[in-house]
Design a protein around this ligand. Structure first.
Ligand SMILES: [Zn+2]
Length: 311
């Protein structure tokens, strides 16, 4: 099968060289982090700094020496890689700072913003870097202790490994695979409303892939469990890294055997078939009153959009 890096999704297309061979050189990383050409992006409570630039918001890639004084004690400095000019990028956590937008060295520079909102306002390349940083910072925050023996762990390798100080077990950042699928039947596609969704929002169905499952099996199982829909075939579309906290959303189309629906009320409030003309109108922002889908930030939007373009 052909392989391509082309990917339509926000958070995909990581622009840096991850340079993983440099991660084990702690002294080299220290030297790079102090290099005048390096960039350091601070996160506060998992929100990246957004600067007020001359043309609007910008990702808060700072020169070294500005944010480090507020770094949370014991938190790692994440090495994110090198850009095309070989400039290193790092992320640090400054959550222990009380009010960094208004006090201390970053006061007045900008705001710490929810990445879901900021992602729609800054260049896609920067979004991919911030998403990776957010996933890793979240992982460190939640893996301070060894899953095997319960003792403390310490970060190594530029933030891409933790090791238990007691039993020496190694822990690596996790990526959790999720299948997300648009079932289709001729000129209709199936969308559902999760019980926790805002009123009127419908999306592609989705679920975690379980141990021992293929992507296709998870697609078929989720559609049957949540909506009672049996599928004939599954086609892979594209995937999206999703940093809440660290999912890989694997988008697929699934051809349904029939349009019969039997909703699992524990999972969904409602599921319905929607025709292509209506979905085209929804994508164009001219859909029916009280019916909407996730923004293009989400692979669900891109799946639905790609399907409307097929016919
Ligand atoms: Zn341990």
């Amino acid at each position: 099968m052909a392989f391509t890096f082309e990917n339509p999704n926000i958070f995909a297309n990581y622009p840096l060289d991850r340079a993983s061979h440099l991660r084990t050189d702690a002294i080299g990383l220290d030297r790079m982090a102090g290099d005048a050409n390096a960039f350091v992006i601070p996160f506060w409570k998992l929100k990246p700094l957004a600067l007020r630039g001359p043309h609007g918001k910008e990702a808060g890639f700072l020169a070294p020496g500005l944010a480090e004084a507020q770094q949370t004690p014991g938190s790692p400095r994440i090495f994110l890689g090198l850009d095309k000019k070989q400039r290193p990028y790092f992320a640090i956590d400054i959550s222990a700072a009380g009010d960094p937008e208004n006090k201390g060295p970053l006061a007045g520079m900008g705001a710490f913003e929810d990445l879901r909102v900021l992602a729609m306002q800054i260049p896609a390349d920067d979004v991919a870097i911030l998403g990776t940083a957010r996933s890793l910072l979240d992982w460190h925050e939640n893996h301070m202790f060894c899953a095997k023996c319960g003792q403390g762990t310490a970060a190594l390798d530029g933030g891409f490994r933790r090791v238990c100080g007691d039993c020496n077990t190694e822990h690596f950042p996790r990526v959790n695979p999720v299948s997300i699928m648009l079932a289709t039947s001729g000129d209709k596609c199936l969308v559902g409303r999760g019980k926790q969704f805002p009123p009127g929002m419908f999306s592609a169905l989705a679920g975690f892939i379980e141990p021992g499952e293929t992507i296709e099996e998870a697609v078929a199982r989720e559609l049957y469990e949540e909506a009672g829909v049996k599928v004939k075939s599954v086609t892979y579309y594209s995937c999206q890294p999703w940093p809440w906290p660290s999912q890989l959303m694997m988008g697929c189309f699934a051809e349904a055997e029939s349009e019969d629906i039997k909703v699992d009320e524990n999972e969904l409030a409602e599921a319905r078939w929607v025709d292509r003309a209506t979905m085209k109108a929804v994508i164009a922002g001219k859909g029916p009153e009280g019916f909407w889908i996730p923004p293009k930030l989400a692979i669900a939007h891109m799946l639905i959009k790609a399907w409307t373009e097929q016919g």
